[in-house]
Design a binder for this molecule. Structure first.
Ligand SMILES: Cc1ncc(COP(=O)(O)O)c(C=O)c1O
Length: 423
C-alpha cells in the first residue's frame, strides 16, 4: 500500500489557497462601528429597531411571553418536526392571508429559520419544484437577495424600482422591466417598508404589478420582513400580498419575525404558499408543504423552538397580541417622529439637496442620496456609520444624536461636492 505523502502537492495546496469571500456590505459596517472607540460613534447601518435610549428593543409582550415560557414545567429541548411549530405557522398564515383564506385550505405554511431561510426555501421551491430559471430582483435591493438567487440555481435579473432623482418608486420602469420577464420567472417583491429605499408602492400600483404578473404567468415571491413596521397596521402592510391573492394569483411569502417581534437572534420566520384554486381530488397545499419540508430537511433539518414558542404565544394570546399591536404603533410613531426631526434639522440648516422624501418613505430605512465619498467622510470624520449606498436606519436615531447626524450630513454635503452620482 502506498503511504500518502504528508506534504500536500502543489496543486492540492493551491486548491485550498482561496481568496477571502466578499464582506457583507451591511455587517462589515456594523463591525467597523463596534471597533470605533469614539464616544461620538453613531450606528445607523444595521436594520434593527432601537428605542429612544439607543438600545435594541424588547417588546413588552415578547418579554411577558418569554418569562412565562421560562417558568413553564413542560419546556423541553426535543427536536421540532421538519415543518417546525405548527401553531406558529398557522398564526403566521392568518396574519398574512386573513382568517377566511387561511380556513379555505389553500395554504401551505412552514416555520423556518427566520426570514432568510424562508427566502432561500421560497427560491428553492420556485427553482427546483416549479422549474423557474430566472429571478427578477429590485434595483436597489437588500444585498442578500442578490446573493441568494444564484445560490438557488436561478439566473439573476434586475428590474427598476427606485428613481434616485425623484426619490420615489419608479413604477413605470418597474412595470416595463417586469413586462419583459419570461413566463415562469420569479419576481422577488418586498411587501412593505422596502429595504433599502423605504419607498413602497400604493395599492393601485400593486394592482398594476399584479396585472403584469398574471399576464406573464410569473411566480411572485413576497419578502415580508417588516409587516406592521411601515404603517403601524398589520393589515395595511400586507395589502400587496392580499391584492395578488384576491386576483387569483398563486403567491409565495417569506415572513420574518426578526423585526416586528424584535426576535433577531432567535431566528423565527415562515414560508408559505397560497394557491388560488383547489384541484379536485388533489391536496395541493399538503403536497406543497411536503415539498417545502423536503427542501428544509436538506437545508437545515428543522428550525429552533425557543423564539417560535414566544412568537406563537404573543400572536395566539389575546392580551399579549393586543399589547404587541399597540407597541408596534408606538414604534412606528417613534420612527415617524425621527423622520420628521431629521428632515427638520437638515432643512433648518439649509443643507443643499432633497430631504422631503425622508418623511415620505416608510419603515426603518431611507436613502439619503449621498455619494460614496460623502458616506466615507461621514464615517471617517464624523464617526457615523451608514451603508455605502447612503441608507440610514432611522430607528438608530434619537434625541441625543439626530442633530449630530444632521450636522455631519450638512458638513459632508458642503465640503465634499463631487460630480459622482449618489447611491
Ligand atoms: C428585506 C429583508 N428581507 C429579509 C430579511 C431577513 O431577516 P431575518 O433573516 O433576520 O429574518 C431582512 C433582514 O434584514 C431584510 O431586510
Amino acid at each position: 500500500m502506498r503511504v500518502p505523502d504528508p506534504v500536500p502537492s502543489t496543486s492540492e495546496r493551491s486548491k485550498w489557497d482561496v481568496l477571502a469571500a466578499p464582506r457583507d456590505p451591511i455587517l462589515a459596517i456594523h463591525q467597523a462601528y463596534q471597533q470605533d472607540p469614539s464616544p461620538l460613534a453613531v450606528n445607523v447601518s444595521v436594520g434593527a429597531y432601537r428605542d429612544a435610549g439607543g438600545n435594541v428593543h424588547e417588546f413588552r409582550a415578547v418579554r411577558d411571553a418569554r418569562l412565562s415560557i421560562a417558568a413553564s414545567s413542560t419546556y423541553d429541548h426535543a427536536y421540532l418536526p421538519i415543518s417546525g411549530l405548527e401553531h406558529l405557522a398557522s398564526q403566521s398564515a392568518r396574519l398574512i392571508y386573513g382568517d377566511d383564506v387561511f380556513e379555505s385550505g389553500r395554504i401551505a405554511c412552514l416555520h423556518t429559520v427566520s426570514g432568510s431561510c424562508a427566502l432561500r426555501l421560497a427560491l428553492s421551491l420556485a427553482s427546483r419544484v416549479l422549474g423557474a430559471e430566472e429571478a427578477h430582483v429590485s434595483l436597489p435591493a437588500w444585498p442578500n437577495h442578490v446573493q441568494m438567487v444564484p445560490m438557488e440555481a436561478l439566473k439573476l435579473a434586475r428590474y427598476r424600482y427606485y428613481d434616485y432623482d425623484r426619490h420615489a418608486v419608479d413604477i413605470d420602469g418597474m412595470l416595463a422591466d417586469l413586462g419583459k420577464a419570461k413566463r415562469g420567472d420569479v419576481v422577488l417583491l418586498q411587501a412593505c417598508a422596502h429595504n433599502p429605499s423605504g419607498a413602497d408602492l400604493k395599492e393601485r400600483e400593486w394592482r398594476r404589478v399584479a396585472d403584469v404578473v398574471q399576464q406573464r404567468r410569473l411566480v411572485p415571491v413576497f419578502d415580508m420582513a417588516y409587516q406592521g413596521l411601515a404603517s403601524g397596521d398589520m393589515e395595511e402592510d400586507v395589502c400587496a400580498v392580499r391584492t395578488f391573492v384576491r386576483k387569483g394569483i398563486n403567491v409565495i411569502v417569506a415572513q420574518s419575525f426578526s423585526k416586528n417581534l424584535g426576535l433577531y437572534n432567535s431566528r423565527v420566520g415562515t414560508v408559505s404558499v397560497c394557491v388560488a384554486d383547489k384541484v379536485p381530488g388533489r391536496d395541493t397545499a399538503t403536497n406543497l408543504l411536503s415539498q417545502l419540508s423536503w427542501l428544509a430537511r436538506g437545508m437545515y433539518s428543522s428550525p429552533p423552538a425557543h423564539g417560535a414558542l414566544i412568537a406563537a404565544k404573543v400572536m395566539g394570546d389575546d392580551t399579549l397580541r393586543a399589547k404587541w399591536l399597540l407597541e408596534i404603533k408606538e414604534v412606528v410613531g417613534r420612527i415617524g417622529k425621527m423622520r420628521e426631526r431629521l428632515r427638520d434639522e437638515l432643512e433648518r440648516r439649509k443643507v443643499a439637496g432633497h430631504w422631503k422624501h425622508i418623511t415620505q418613505t416608510k419603515g426603518m430605512f431611507v436613502l439619503l442620496g449621498l455619494t460614496y465619498s460623502q458616506v466615507e467622510r461621514m464615517r471617517v470624520l464624523h464617526h457615523i456609520y451608514l451603508t455605502g449606498n447612503s441608507r440610514i436606519n432611522i430607528a438608530g436615531l434619537n434625541e441625543n444624536n439626530v442633530a449630530q447626524v444632521a450636522e455631519a450630513i450638512a458638513e459632508v454635503v458642503q465640503n465634499s461636492k463631487t460630480p459622482e452620482q449618489g447611491c
